[in-house]
Design a protein. Structure first.
Length: 476
């Protein structure tokens, strides 16, 4: 009996099946604008997935068929009328990089190989894009949630001193601040880092949903007077509910005066720095101590790809460096390289997500990526105006960026929250569009987030027509 290997026995048939699968994938991507937005996985497919742990394998042709069968059953975010949460629309070009990175199977935890240099370049581009100073450091991560954990840890360790890595956080009563509209990943980071989500104060917002800086100032003073130790403040550049941008310059001033670490959550909004129209509203972002943002949202790199930038490389290293003996670096050979990604984050084994980000930026260039963002903002403004013109619709928040929150009104309907939730479910289930919902000042809103380079104005017209048709149908 020959040696066991997982390589194909017949490379010719492997190649044929791989080419067929690539063709199916390209056909799927080419028709991204067609058909239903969301296809729920049919019952028979769910059943087919439930098989006992296979003891023997399939040939590549059978495997190709199974994989091709899955192609229609994504979240729907490749469709122009996907408006839910904050999902990027992806782009066909990512397939190029994903084929190459799959063939390489590189581990980006460290060592001296091509991928490390690609990731360094992506971090350098990110630094330039966001206006961070030369020498700032950063890391590619799964998304803003992970980026936030890393940034909070560097901030925490920088305040407590790196001995807290060994001794724990002790009982220093550290507290931080976010706006009431900030994303839940920040409280989760506080929880994970042993600070407790209760140590994150939620500051009220103005009517445009940006943080009330006076209220923040008062909360800090109040905390200090009660013996707490303020150390951290988060500015949101593009809030998840409505796309509000906090006054980042004011926050940078206040952070300096109060000796706080300024972190910016720019999950999708920070990338609007590439847009001609939004750019100036992000002033102050470049003064942050750390920034979390995603390539997979408004820049449409295929999932997943996020980034954390840290102004002080020294502090970043102090928070994560320290390798085990078997990972000791040397000057030459494969274990060389001055800085390994494992020195900057919690993961030792890391995929080569840098390749798809790098090739995406090379393929499109940042001007085009910025123009797509501008287009989405124009579309959101258009949608907001249409909502205001419609008698049966109520706009629930000013349109700041790319998100429109509104609801359907029915005179004789007492429970508008339930009605609007049902409208959204019907839109999704009928395959027409996929907005999501949120609550604003106690009212359930139909939330239309446009981070989608495939959306056109007629998609928005159709959405509004269908919201009203379904609303009347359900209310009637
Ligand atoms: C403002 C904001 N912050 C953080 C996140 C979390 O990002 P991720 O899903 O990439 O972890 C999101 C996700 O939508 C967001 O909109």
């Amino acid at each position: 009996m020959g040696q066991h290997t997982l390589d194909p026995e017949d490379w010719g048939s492997f190649r044929d099946s791989a080419h067929k699968l690539l063709d199916a994938a390209i056909d799927k991507m080419k028709s991204n604008k067609e058909g239903r937005v969301w296809n729920p996985l049919p019952e028979n497919m769910k059943e087919k997935l439930q098989v006992d742990l296979p003891s023997s394998g399939l040939d590549h042709e059978a495997l190709r068929t199974k994989l091709a069968e899955m192609l229609p059953y994504g979240v729907g975010n490749t469709h122009p009328r996907f408006f839910g949460w904050v999902h990027g629309a992806g782009n066909p070009g990512s397939v190029f990089a994903e084929i190459a990175s799959s063939a390489m199977n590189a581990n980006l935890g460290g060592r001296d190989h091509g991928g490390i240099y690609v990731e360094k370049q992506v971090i350098e581009w990110s630094r330039q894009m966001m206006g961070f100073p030369e020498g700032a450091s950063g890391l590619l991560v799964s998304g803003t949630s992970m980026a936030t954990i890393i940034a909070c840890k560097v901030a925490r360790d920088s305040r407590l001193g790196s001995q807290c890595r060994e001794n724990g956080v002790g009982n220093v009563p550290l507290v931080g601040y976010v706006s009431q509209q900030a994303h839940s990943c920040i409280a989760r980071a506080f929880d994970l880092l042993g600070l407790g989500s209760g140590a994150l104060r939620k500051i009220p917002c103005h009517s445009d949903f940006s943080m009330d800086i006076d209220a923040l100032q008062k909360a800090i003073a109040e905390d200090r007077s009660q013996g707490f130790e303020p150390f951290f403040v988060v500015g949101t550049a593009g809030s998840v509910n409505v796309g509000a941008i906090d006054d980042l310059d004011a926050l940078a001033e206040l952070a300096k005066a109060e000796n706080l670490w300024l972190h910016v959550d720019g999950a999708f909004g920070a990338t609007a720095i590439l847009s001609k129209t939004v750019r100036t509203r992000l002033s102050g972002l470049e003064r942050a101590d750390s920034l979390a943002f995603d390539f997979h949202k408004w820049l449409h790199v295929n999932y997943d790809a996020g980034c954390v930038l840290i102004r002080s490389k020294e502090k970043h290293l102090q928070s994560f460096s320290g390798r085990a003996e078997y990972l000791t670096g040397v000057n030459k050979g494969l274990a060389a390289g001055d800085l390994w990604p494992v020195d900057l984050g919690p993961e030792l084994s890391r995929g080569f997500r840098a390749l798809k980000v790098w090739s995406h930026i090379l393929e499109h260039g940042v001007d085009k990526l910025g123009a797509c963002i501008d287009e989405n903002c124009r579309q959101a403004a258009y949608l907001g105006e249409k909502v205001e013109q419609a008698d049966q619709l109520e706009l629930l928040a000013p349109v700041s960026l790319n998100i429109v929150c509104f609801r359907f009104l029915a005179d004789d309907h007492s429970d508008l929250d339930t009605l609007n939730r049902e409208i959204v479910i019907e839109l999704q289930e009928r395959g027409i569009a996929a907005p999501s919902t949120t609550f604003l000042e106690g009212k359930l809103a139909i939330r239309v987030n446009i981070t989608n380079h495939r959306t056109e104005l007629h998609d928005l017209d159709l959405l509004l027509t269908e919201v009203q048709n379904i609303g009347n149908e359900l209310a009637g």
